[in-house]
Design a protein around this ligand. Sequence first.
Ligand SMILES: [Zn+2]
Length: 221
Amino acid sequence: MSNLEYMIGERGEDLSGPMELKQVFEKLDNRLAPDRHYRIKRKGGDWSFVRDGRETYSRVKEVLPKYPLGETLLIENVRSGKVLAIRVVVAASPAMPTTGTPAIDKIYGAVMSEFDDELGIINMGICADKPGEHHECNAWDIGVRKPNSSDDIHRGILKIANWLRDNTFSGEELPNEGIIVMSQWCERGSRSMSSWMTYHGTPHVSHVHVSGHPGRVSGWI
Ligand SMILES: [Zn+2]
């Protein structure tokens, strides 16, 4: 789930589609002129000192692979003032014509129509060769591609998770069996999705995990 990709583009314009690190550096190699000068910063941070194109390229090569999901690196041409942005996003699974169980298909369609415009929904996995509901294609890991900071990603996935919870027994009446997001979880059943509980497993900071009702394995995760 930590498969990262990168989007690149001039600030103020649409960024490219997600690409691998190798392709980012190919693009940078073309964009950064050896005789021009640049400074870089992490979005929200301070500008670095000025370096020439070659030094900037080396520096970006050093720092970008360490950036976590949601971070954005800015590279400013100090003369023109143009800023190139590189954003770290999660890699979506390959297109997924085969979907999950009927429950997951229903949740998938509902989440897409509710949130894709706003958040850019990405499928981070349905069927997986590991224990639990993913093994039965009865769980879906929902990622987002539009938010451009880790805080915004967290806000986005919490919004989806709250919406799923609120639309289990009313509204869209989605067949959600259990939901995990960040460090909280809830499940259908005695507690009726009425409140979030503390999740003690690895925090889900990049995606919402939702499993379908009825569950197909013991436990619902
Ligand atoms: Zn999952």
